[in-house]
Write a protein that binds this ligand. Structure first.
Ligand SMILES: [Zn+2]
Ligand SMILES: [Zn+2]
Length: 371
């Protein structure tokens, strides 16, 4: 019987359950999970900070594994059939309708009201729909992608890869730009890699703790600053010195702290671009925002960045499967920490406290809890 790690309700610890093997619908499959991930979203899910979550919930919205059983036929976007044994990953977003105003007119499927997300808005009652499990049910019409990279390298990017790919795209980074990344969690770190890949001349990063900033530097950030050790004025001084007193051409906010949104605007040069990707959950309002000084007079282009769609996910998989481009993520692999299913609570705590950069759930590690 499949084993899953479940958040029974908000603010409750994760527990292990055994559940019935799913009945496969036509053109669906069962995935033998090799690795899934623990990200900031999972911490918020456990704390009940996201709206519309159908508990009990099996978290793990980005996962990789092998197709263990296929009923009917499944094809990739090139029209090639999937076979049992193939290593795949899949877009966590399912069921965007391609029939509503957002899908068809605005062309932002990330805002489609029908949108469901594995491990976030599909609960256990919807089936085996989360990656913290040894098996996962791939419903019909799930966007499955063949994976040439090995599981661990792919999961080094994990959900942060399509998210930050979307963010650098929204930032319209030009060759030679100076990019400032606020935040050094997985999204910030991936944004450093992808901003350089997009042609940034220099990437600066303000974050914490130090081990994450060292990772940013190793991946090519030209300078980093620990925000805990420097107050707002010191951060501004540091940035002015690095940008001839102008500020960054593009700033990507990936912090989760509301005040950082205003800081991102102040750190950006007049006429520059600001991408807000770090406010996935509601952490409240900010009172320090000055519409004249922070936005209008600066002639800023401020862009929100919500979720990602298949194009970001697909291109992320291609980039990380390319032997040359994968180099940065291979460098990052030493920052992975694996946890067995039974240590999911520990993984959540370590992510919440920034003790690890990237936490992965390995359902094949059968460690038993210490009594
Ligand atoms: Zn995530
Ligand atoms: Zn729609």
């Amino acid at each position: 019987m499949p084993r899953v790690a479940v958040i029974p309700e908000s603010n409750s610890p994760v527990e292990i359950r055994e559940v019935a093997e799913p009945q496969l619908e036509a053109d669906s499959a069962l995935l033998e999970v090799e690795l899934s991930e623990v990200c900031g979203t999972d911490v918020y899910l456990q704390q009940g900070r996201l709206q519309g979550v159908p508990y009990p919930l099996v978290p793990g919205h980005v996962s990789v594994g092998r197709l263990s059983k296929i009923r009917g036929q499944m094809f990739d976007i090139e029209g090639r059939a999937f076979h049992e044994g193939d290593r795949v990953t899949f877009l966590d977003v399912h069921h965007t309708c391609n029939a509503c105003w957002y899908c068809l007119v605005a062309k932002v499927s990330t805002r489609c009201p029908q949108r469901k997300v594995y491990g976030i808005t599909y609960g256990l009652n919807d089936g085996l729909c989360g990656g913290w499990a040894d098996q996962l049910y791939l419903k019909p019409n799930t966007r499955v992608v063949r994976l040439d990279a090995d599981s661990e390298t792919f999961m080094t990017g994990g959900c942060a890869l399509p998210t930050s790919l979307h963010a650098v795209e929204r930032g319209d980074i030009a060759i030679g730009d100076t990019v400032l990344v606020l935040g050094s969690g997985p999204v910030g770190i991936n944004a450093v890699i992808l901003a350089l890949m997009r042609g940034a001349l220099r990437v600066l990063c303000i974050g914490a703790p130090d081990y994450r900033l060292e990772a940013a530097r190793e991946l090519g950030a030209s300078d980093v600053l620990n925000f805990v050790a420097h107050d707002e004025q010191e951060r501004l001084d540091w940035l002015w010195e690095s940008t001839n007193g102008r500020g960054a051409d593009v700033t990507i906010e990936a912090t989760g702290v509301p005040e950082a949104v205003v800081a991102a605007m102040r750190f950006t040069r007049d006429g520059g671009r600001v991408v807000i990707v770090g406010q996935y959950t509601d952490h409240g309002a900010v009172s320090i925002f000055n519409p004249h000084l922070d936005l209008n007079k600066k002639h800023l282009d401020v862009r929100g960045c919500w979720g990602s769609d298949f194009s970001h996910f697909y291109r992320g998989v291609q980039i990380i499967s390319d032997p040359v481009r994968a180099h940065s993520w291979l460098t990052l692999r030493k920052n992975l920490t694996r946890y067995p299913l039974v240590k999911a609570n520990q993984a959540l705590a370590d992510v919440a406290n920034a003790k690890v950069l990237k936490a992965l759930i390995d359902p094949n590690d059968m460690a038993v809890p210490r009594s």
